[in-house]
Design a protein around this ligand. Sequence first.
Ligand SMILES: [Zn+2]
Length: 111
Amino acid sequence: MSKRRFAKEKMYRLAQARIEILWKQALQESKKRPDIARKQMLSARKIAQRARIKIPREVNRRVCKECGTILIPGDTCRVRIRHNRSKHVVVTCTECGNVKRYYSTMTRSQA
Ligand SMILES: [Zn+2]
């Protein structure tokens, strides 16, 4: 393993750790200070882009791609299950109106 590659992997790990911390903080802030939570999630997204890593699926699913709002069913998002052609879940962000669709057969979580 070259030195450069080693540095890259270290960067990935750091970025992942930072995203995880930001996500946990944003979750805690989301009720009291949603604007701060939103900024945290937007910066987590930027970190992920810069490090070219993926945001964990369970995090990605719960954050609006457009405005960074943490999606809480009945609070900051609307969740509907639709059946045209295939069953899918529609999640609408009530902050900016962005719509997410999940064509997933998994029923474990809908958020
Ligand atoms: Zn939004």
